[in-house]
Design a protein around this ligand. Structure first.
Ligand SMILES: Nc1ncnc2c1ncn2[C@@H]1O[C@H](COP(=O)(O)OP(=O)(O)OP(=O)(O)O)[C@@H](O)[C@H]1O
Length: 653
């Protein structure tokens, strides 16, 4: 990056600002009585005040943590009325003059304050006591903790917590085992700032707690006193506070910056940077997986299989997404549809994680779980990015659901290891997610979901983030393990190969509505929307059938079919392999449908070329590279298109 020249109009005031901030600190350094410094700092009043400052600031920190951590969580994670007001209230002590804060504390907790008499009746007197100094310090210091932690929580994608919930963890457990460890840098930064602020607190303390040596006279108060009789002594003690503050800032720099770089909007599409890695980063994954140790899972009774009872699924989802599913145990359903069709909303409604759509009833086996909270539904979810918990090893990730369900640690780890072995990643059990490749992470995530013994399994685009070779390896793994899964499995996918090869049924969503729910064979033969047909690589033109074997396409052209149809609307479907291209009007054979067009795009597709021809109608043809070379086809070449009447399927809608 080239460094732009700093304009003088900005550079000069900025330099002045630095000088303005630095000069007073330089003054302290210059005027410190270095010779007598050790004796001054070790004098009894100073050590007593320092001890009291440390005690008061430690208690203030404890109070801030006890109250501030839940408050930060509430502000970051719960929508409630008056949230902005609460946020203003939290920030107010940061901008209030500290003496005003002291007066406010007197009016709230003082002898004649709102709560004073009640506190006194319990034998608690805050003003002019060490406890009062703690309250005053916590009042001004807690906002630093709350704001810092709320920022860190906002940067942590809720998907990690939602995944933990889907594995059976109750909200407090999620908070303790996922949220807190993942926002630890933000929490540490906030706690350190809060402690430093409490250590330096002066105005609110002197107003609310007074200046009693040994009881409320902390170090800053002593500086103030010394200034009147012994300015050199005040400078010496100030230096001590300055050094402590600087040390805290220096220690914090790493944490502070890390929190900032993680910061993303909560609704952001991916996981927080530094929290998990880009799944696409490691190519050639399948080769490495092949090298992984494959310990075959022991047979029953050691078999760590999911819930033994098979669970059929019956549900009706209404709202932003609408679908009815009635599937026997062991069914795999692919959920497909264009972007924004409502696929993720469908999964989230089943998990109970959205109110945009509701699944009622949601019957798994004989139990309707629709009224249960998400962690009691027995529905495991593998989000698209896997959301493996970055602070836990693959083994602990896999054991997470079992631990949440109360299985003792040793047993949970034993079963988790079995699952990792079954998915060929047992050798990676002690690795953290950051050192796993995309394909390995998908396998661990699948092991984690299956180990939790779900009655319904939801996979959100499990192969989307993988490269081609890892994709086929993981697809194979999925096919093998889904065949054993006794519940129903829903797989969201954009990939037709994945849909057709993995699923027993395909649910097609468009604009939140179910367009088709059919077997892959039925879907391939009779796609009921142009999107489905195109997803399957077919040409599809909406139109009407008329008498005389003719189809009138909506875009104007007409096609001749081999079969007669009742007059109705529908889709004319043609496989790209059935489309022939010619450089002159075709004379050979008897194609009934011939039209002119121009080649717009040529792309490789497997060992063949896909050629998009614009004309009436636009059409995709698939031919061999040899045929394309023979015809001398290139983008912009005018061509003749022909399709035999027998190759056109009409699907009434
Ligand atoms: N929290 C939300 N509030 C309002 N609208 C939302 C919310 N989440 C999703 N939507 C909207 O609901 C529709 C369906 O979204 P959804 O994420 O379920 O689609 P999708 O089929 O999973 O899409 P994609 O394939 O792009 O992931 C979209 O129009 C989306 O903008």
């Amino acid at each position: 990056m080239t460094r732009a020249r700093t304009p003088l109009a900005l550079g000069l005031p900025a330099a002045l600002a630095v000088a303005f901030l630095f000069l007073p600190l330089a003054g302290i350094l210059a005027r410190t009585p270095w010779k007598t410094l050790p004796s001054r700092l070790t004098s009894q009043p100073v050590t007593e005040a320092l001890g009291l400052s440390l005690l008061v600031s430690a208690w203030a920190l404890l109070l801030s943590l006890t109250l501030g951590v839940p408050l930060a969580w509430l502000l970051a994670r719960v929508e409630f009325r008056g949230k902005s007001l609460v946020r203003c209230l939290v920030m107010l002590p940061m901008v209030l003059p500290p003496t005003v804060a002291g007066v406010a504390l007197l009016q709230g907790y003082g002898r004649r304050g709102i709560l004073g008499p009640a506190l006194e009746s319990m034998g608690i007197t805050l003003p002019f006591s060490t406890a009062g100094a703690v309250v005053a310090s916590a009042f001004v210091a807690m906002p630093f903790l709350v704001i810092s932690l709320e920022g860190a929580l906002a940067g942590l994608h809720p998907r990690y917590e939602e995944t933990a919930t889907s594995l059976g963890a109750a909200p407090l457990r999620v908070f303790r085992t996922i949220t807190l460890p993942m926002v630890a840098p933000g929490l540490i930064a906030g706690a350190a700032l809060s402690w430093a602020r409490a250590l330096g607190e002066f105005g609110a303390t002197i107003t609310f707690a007074g200046n009693l040596p040994g009881e409320t006279q902390t170090l800053p108060l002593q500086v103030y006193l010394l200034l009147q009789d012994d300015p050199q002594g005040a400078t010496a003690v100030s230096l001590l506070l300055l050094l402590i503050a600087t040390a805290v800032l220096l220690a914090l720099r790493g944490h502070w910056l890390q929190t900032r770089s993680n910061g993303r909007g909560r609704g952001g599409p991916g996981p927080a940077r530094g929290v998990t890695r880009d799944l696409r980063r490691v190519p050639g994954d399948s080769t490495r997986l092949t090298g992984a140790v494959n310990h075959a899972a022991p047979e029953a009774p050691d078999h760590p299989g999911p819930a033994p009872t098979p669970h059929p699924l019956r549900t009706t989802v209404v709202g932003a997404t609408n679908a009815t599913l009635n599937a026997p145990p062991g069914t795999t359903i692919a959920v497909v549809g264009p972007n924004g069709a409502g696929k993720t909303t469908l999964l989230r409604s089943l998990l109970g994680l959205t109110n945009r759509a509701e699944a009622t009833p949601l019957t798994l086996g004989n139990t309707d779980v629709s009224t249960r909270p998400p962690h009691k539904r027995h529905i495991s979810w593998v989000p698209q990015d896997t959301s493996l918990f970055p602070h836990l090893t693959a083994l602990s990730n896999t054991a997470y659901g079992l631990r949440a369900q109360g299985v003792p640690k040793a047993e949970a780890h034993r079963r988790a290891r079995h699952w990792l072995d079954r998915l060929d990643v047992g050798a990676l059990a002690h690795r953290k997610p950051a050192s796993l490749s995309g394909g390995q992470a998908q396998r661990v995530a699948l092991a984690r979901a299956l180990a939790a013994r779900p009655r319904l399994l939801l996979l959100d685009e499990p192969l989307a983030a993988l490269d081609q070779s890892a994709r086929s390896a993981v697809r194979h793994t999925l096919r093998t393990h889904l065949a054993d899964f006794p519940g129903v499995c829903l797989i969201v996918t954009h990939d037709p190969v994945e849909a057709v090869s993995l699923a027993d049924h395909v649910l097609v969503l468009e604009d939140g509505a179910t367009v088709q729910y059919a077997t892959p064979t039925e879907l391939t033969r009779h796609p009921r929307s142009p999107w489905v047909a195109r997803m399957l690589g077919r040409n599809a033109w909406p139109g009407k059938s008329t008498a005389e074997n003719t189809l009138l396409l909506d875009e104007g052209a007409s096609l001749v079919t081999a079969d007669a149809h009742e007059p109705t609307t529908g889709l004319a479907v043609v496989a790209p392999e059935a489309v022939s291209l010619h450089t002159a009007p075709p004379t050979a054979g008897s194609p009934r449908n011939v039209w002119q067009g121009t080649i717009r795009e040529i792309t490789a597709h497997g060992g063949r070329l896909r050629i998009l021809v614009t004309g009436e109608p636009d059409v995709v043809a698939e031919i061999t590279p040899a045929a394309a070379a023979e015809l001398n086809l290139a983008e912009g070449t005018p061509v003749w298109v022909s399709v035999k009447a027998t190759e056109i399927t009409f699907v009434p809608l």
